[in-house]
Every structure is written in C-alpha cells, then in structure tokens.
Unconditional design. Sequence first.
Length: 202
Amino acid sequence: MRLSISEGKYLMTLARRAIFEYIVSGKRIKADKKEGVLCEKRGVFVTLSTHPSHELRGCIGHPLPVMPLAEAVIENARHSAFSDPRFPPVQKDELALIAIEISVLDVPEIIKVKTPLEYPKKIKVGRDGLIVKSGWYSGLLLPQVPVEWGWKEEEFLSQTCAKANLPTGAWKEGKVEILKFSAQIFSEETPGGKVAEKKIQE
C-alpha cells in the first residue's frame, strides 16, 4: 500500500522528533498514530545528509517488514543518528544542518535468471533497489543510489556486491543471491523544511 503525502510528512515528523528527543533527554518517543499503513510491518531506511552539501551523515534501516512502519521509522532514525559505525553520533548543534530522507520498501523479491549475465536486464536503474547475499555476507543499495552516482545496471550490481564485501564481479559467477525491491521515498527540501515525495529518474 502506498503512503499519502500526509502520512509521509507524519513519518518525517517522527524521525526528526526521535533524534531530537534522544539528544536532549535520552528518551525514545512513541508513535501516536497507529492506524492504516502506519501500523503495517514494512521495511524502511532513514538516511541523514548534511545541507547543503548532501554528504551522507548516517543511514540505517530494516530491509524486511519486521516491525510496524511508524515504529520502524523511529527506531531507524535514532540508529542512523547515533549508531551508524561510519560516523560519530549526531550532536544537537548539527540538527539544523541535517536533512532527512525516508525510504519505505516493498518486500524484496529474488531475481530469477538462467544465467548470471541476465541480471542487468532484470533490473532497472531508477526503479529498483538491490540486495546481494552470499553466506554471511549481505549488501543493500537503495533505488536512489545508482541514480545519484550515475551508474548503469552492471555497475549497480557490482557496487552492491562491494557493499556486501564481495568482489565486484561476484554477481557474474552465479554464487550469490540477488533480490530487488522498489521504495517510496520522502525527503526534506531543507532541514526541517517542506517534505515531498521524491521521484527517481535515471
């Protein structure tokens, strides 16, 4: 089920409140709306970036629908701000410079191919996100990532393998499992500013 723009705005409010409240009091907020799609279990990622440079500041999420959407946004907003191992915890004076993006995922599906060389034809940059799995290794890239970097399908596959700490050509060897998913994305135009649904175009 797709979200309305008002539901997207509500999720954005939750994400920003979750970060702010944890900074000032160490407390975890709770969602006050639990009806409809907001209480459905959905995969979700929360991405933080600095404004106006758009440099990544944190990104954490659940690829699978393991918890209700509103709660998942609260949880992942907090983890993106304070638990992403690539970055130091967000400080209070940074909040005015951080824009938030929320990606609500559809359930990932396995891409079935007869030969690995079919993979590029089974995905579409600008529509699909990818997950690559091999044993204990797993990597995910959201649909907006290859567009932002100007990758074509083969490079998208290679970079998702790299994200999984696998050789970039692992997808060609037939020894990995590859899944694709779509996402509905809501983003702030400026930190704490207008929220819009982000349309991805190749």
